[in-house]
Design a binder for this molecule. Structure first.
Ligand SMILES: [Zn+2]
Length: 447
């Protein structure tokens, strides 16, 4: 079945209608009680709908901490059971979209408008997910638009080759840049027995810097675990009541820069803080239950991954990260701080290659490249070792166009903050960033 474009055109029509609610009044004022009661009703049914789809795909519900009795018990035994549940979910999605459409003439303040748009976009993604579960296909870009409300730009080989040429000039040794990078990075692996010490120091610093700008509930907390045999590097499982389980995958060597990356991305001010602030501000204060469930394949993921990645730059502006690494993390890991500047110069260039992973995913999932062509590309233009490229291909197969959420998400958040922060003012930046972490946001709404 290839209904992608037709389906998307249909979505576009619905979308145009949805924008109407936002044409109403200003930023403040009390919540409209009648609108809120109708929205709460849609919200409860949205949560139950997402949980039902979770029965058809075990990766779909990333977090749920709402009422236990909203959990479904459909007991799916046969393919026919799944088809009938899928049909039910599809009809339910249409009915909730229609219910939202019927509210479009209500006057709404800014937060109500954000909530409305959020639910609308989440439901459109639900509709796309059901279409995919029924065997429907999209191109890579159609899928990312339908699920994540965004399309990543395409870059040519030349773009990546220019960056690799720069690396060629600064990496020691001769020969292929990928081999030389792998060789160079070997001296920056955190020894296994020092992992926990280094991670705890990284988390403590990320938390301290986050708390300078964001007030968090006193009982927020997390548990850190080391795991193996996963397609990802780190994962945050949010459990509700301001508590996360953060897992770090130790299948591959962990380089020194990953300590801050993972501590900030999974913890502070990344996923743990994002989920905590949504729970505090939207679920506990407002009673907006749609935030008790997190469907992984939805526009919310672009906001989550984008803020988690950009959060690293928020807590470490300018040169402050390299200074911290030199003074604290390198010594804790038994590495020579004198090598830190050069290492971060190399890393900056490698970071600029991050969109090459999108090209790998796009061409592989669109059927243009086979497995070995995709692995070759990842080794050549993402400069991954063979093992890492194989792990990445597994990630692409499992999470598909989700890959854009990291790099495009980070850039959308960065552009939004830099575009709106006036005179590059740190306090204003944090106020914008905190708003993104604690209000309903959609990728296409980031202007
Ligand atoms: Zn993440």
């Amino acid at each position: 079945m290839k209904l992608g474009s037709l389906f998307l055109n249909g979505l576009l029509l619905i979308l145009l209608a949805s924008i109407l609610l936002s044409s109403c009044s200003g930023n403040s004022g009390s919540l409209n009680k009648e609108l809120e009661s109708k929205m709460n009703n849609i919200s409860e049914n949205y949560v139950k709908l997402v949980l039902k789809i979770g029965e058809l795909d075990s990766d779909y519900v990333d977090a749920y901490y709402g009422p236990k009795d909203w959990q479904p018990h459909d007991n799916l035994k046969t393919p026919e059971d799944s088809t009938s549940l899928r049909n039910f979910c599809n009809a339910e999605t249409d009915s909730l979209l229609n219910a939202l459409d019927a509210l479009k003439n209500f006057k709404a303040n800014e937060i109500e408008t954000l909530r409305y748009r959020f639910l609308y976009k989440q439901l459109l993604a639900v509709k796309a997910k059901i279409f995919l579960l029924g065997g429907g296909t999209f191109s890579f870009d159609e899928e990312s638009k339908a699920l994540y409300d965004a399309v990543a730009p395409t870059y040519t080989k030349k773009h990546f080759q220019n960056i690799i040429d720069e690396l060629n000039n600064i990496l020691p040794g001769n020969g292929n840049v990928d081999n030389r990078l792998e060789e160079y990075r070997k001296s920056f692996i955190i020894p296994k027995e020092k992992l926990d010490t280094v991670f705890n120091a990284a988390i403590a610093e990320c938390k301290k810097k986050t708390l300078d700008y964001i007030k968090l509930p006193a009982n927020e907390n997390f548990k850190l675990e080391y795991v193996t045999n996963k397609p990802w590097n780190g994962y945050n499982w949010y459990k509700g009541n301001y508590f996360s389980e953060i897992q770090i995958n130790t299948d591959m060597p962990i380089y020194i820069d990953r300590a801050i990356d993972l501590a900030a991305h999974e913890g502070y001010p990344g996923h743990h803080v994002y989920n905590t602030l949504l729970e505090e501000n939207l679920v506990k204060k407002n009673g907006w239950m749609e935030f008790t469930v997190y469907p992984l394949f939805s526009p919310q993921s672009l906001i989550a991954e984008g803020t988690a990645n950009f959060g690293i730059d928020m807590i470490f502006p300018g040169n402050s990260r390299v200074e911290f690494e030199k003074n604290i993390l390198f010594p804790l890991a038994g590495l020579n701080p004198k090598d830190a500047d050069k290492y971060y110069e190399v890393r900056k260039l490698v970071d600029e290659l991050r969109y090459s992973g999108n090209e790998a995913a796009r061409n592989y999932l669109d059927g243009k490249w086979n497995e070995s062509e995709t692995i070759d590309w990842l080794m050549k233009y993402s400069l991954m070792s063979k093992d890492k490229a194989v792990q990445r291909l597994k990630f692409i197969e499992k999470y598909r166009s989700y890959v854009i959420n990291y790099n495009l998400g980070q850039d959308l958040i960065k552009n939004y903050i830099e575009h709106n922060d006036g005179a590059n003012n740190q306090a204003k930046k944090w106020s914008l960033f905190t708003k993104l972490l604690s209000t309903p946001q959609t990728p296409s709404g980031l202007k």
